[in-house]
Design a protein around this ligand. Structure first.
Ligand code: ACO
Length: 435
């Protein structure tokens, strides 16, 4: 990397350190602080890493102020309109969109790996029926490593590739099995004549006693949900996967750690929270109660937030929210739910919030989760499965990022430092003499 400039730090008694500044293809420049500790004995302090570029990446770009999201340079709007999820997977993993032949071969490779080892199916009976499906996912995905000793050499690109196929192909099977186990229905084996998303829907909603009819509008909607959630640069779960992988851990263990991080309500769990908020307002009187609810949100002492609004990075409309709103409308129309009260309530709430000075001045806009709960609920997906679906979509992003990290010559084991502010050195007083 060639420096495009330098930044000078003045510290101590007027000492200075010059550090190189690098530019990416777009986005903010970075100051290279790698020599900082060695030369000055100083660390940087950046809780949550909000000002820290932890790696270089060619995969996903977000401009939060402009409301832009691109995978490998392609705007999310165009990908959502022209591609299916597996094309997007190919793009994220390989850097280019596939041609027709490449797509055929890629789809066929994924399809070949959709089944899970029969012994893995027995793991499920070790869980309580009412276990949260994300708890099951964390365990079962991590356990995949026990079945694929043939592909755990992370320095071998072929091993990494087959692991990627296995993870992308098996996540829908594993997630659908978690749901089936929860509701007490038999597991549905994948049916490889179906496309990726139809196959997942059949494994979720089909039963062996009858043929499952695929609804193309719902399949397109779910496929779009998968595309919109496929990657989001160095967010908490992706950084978790990279950090876990930086020690040389195998990809199944790394993806399992990503799933664990995604489970948190501030990350993947927010769509569930947004839907519950809409239910609550509906119960209290619906649209007529919006004013009262917004007043509560604005009152700092209430502790109430408008769930599905605001984002760490987007300080403009989340481009995924626009697409999700469009998909919600399509699904509700296809299901004859034009008057769905929750959707009407969400639209009315969005309108009020977007015109309110509190939200305008803080640049709070709907995020992808504001509508994704409504659409998934309309499709018959239970709330507890929302984050599982997010995790199966994000798996490809995690793998692409993990792969990029393994291939990066500048990669090092992750080891953040700290500002220690605990006790200074002291001596242990024997128990009998402690007051
Ligand atoms: N409702 C009401 N006020 C809000 C909201 C909200 N949803 N989000 C932020 N604010 C307020 C804050 O109270 C703060 O006000 P102040 O300046 O008067 O103190 C101001 O807006 C700035 O908020 P921050 O917390 O600094 O914003 P930050 O970028 O750190 O937080 C976050 C982003 C965590 C997503 C936040 O907006 C939030 O909690 N939103 C609701 C949860 C949600 O929808 N999460 C999904 C994220 S998308 C995803 O994970 C796929």
């Amino acid at each position: 990397m060639e420096a495009k400039g330098k930044a000078t730090l003045t510290y101590g008694d007027g000492k200075t350190l010059e550090m190189p500044v690098y530019g990416g293809t777009i986005g903010p420049d970075v100051v290279d602080i790698r020599a900082l500790y060695g030369k000055t004995g100083l660390f940087t302090y950046d809780p949550g890493f909000l000002s820290t570029a932890s790696c270089g990446s060619k995969i996903t770009y977000i401009d939060g102020d402009a409301g832009v999201l691109m995978y490998r340079g392609y705007p999310i709007e165009q990908l959502a309109q022209h591609c299916d999820f597996l094309e997007v997977c190919y793009l994220l993993l390989k850097g280019e969109l596939p041609n027709a032949q490449q797509k055929k071969e890629f789809d066929s490779m994924v399809t070949k790996h959709t089944m899970v080892h029969e012994q893995l199916a027995r793991f499920y009976s070790g869980f309580r029926r009412d276990a949260h499906p994300m708890a099951v996912m964390v365990g079962v995905v991590g356990a995949l490593a026990a079945f694929y000793h043939d592909s755990l050499d992370i320095s071998n690109p072929e091993h990494r590739e087959v692991s990627a196929f296995r993870l992308i192909a098996k996540l829908p099977t594993i997630a659908a099995m978690a749901y089936k186990y929860n509701v007490g229905q038999p597991f549905m084996y994948p049916k490889n004549g179906l496309d990726y998303t139809s196959n997942f829907m059949r494994m979720m909603f089909g039963v062996p006693a009858e043929e499952y009819e695929v609804n193309p509008v719902l399949v397109r909607a779910l496929d779009r949900i998968l595309i919109l959630h496929a990657d989001h640069e160095q967010n908490a779960s992706t950084s978790t996967v990279r950090l876990a992988g930086s020690s040389g851990a195998n990809p199944f263990a790394c993806i399992s750690s990503g799933i664990a991080c995604l489970w948190g309500p501030a990350h993947g769990g927010a769509n569930e929270a947004a839907l519950n908020m809409l239910y609550d307002i509906q119960k209290q009187g619906g649209v007529a109660k919006i004013g009262e609810f917004v007043a509560k949100v604005k009152d700092k002492n209430s502790g109430v937030k408008l769930m599905g609004f605001g984002h760490r990075v987007y300080k403009n409309y989340d481009p995924r929210a626009k697409l999700m709103q469009e998909t919600t409308r399509e699904v509700l129309d296809a299901l004859g739910l034009h008057d769905d009260p929750l959707f009407k309530l969400a639209m009315a709430l969005e309108k009020v919030a977007l015109e309110d000075e509190y939200f305008v001045s803080r640049k709070l806009y709907p995020n992808v989760d504001f509508y994704s709960g409504i659409v998934q609920r309309a499709m018959g997906i239970p709330v507890s499965m929302f984050t599982c679906i997010f995790s199966l979509a994000r798996t490809v992003g995690w793998i692409a990022q993990w792969n990029e990290m393994i291939s990066d010559p500048e990669q090092k084991i992750g080891r953040p430092r700290q500002l220690y502010n605990g006790a200074t050195r002291r001596d242990v007083v024997p128990l009998a003499r402690r007051g």
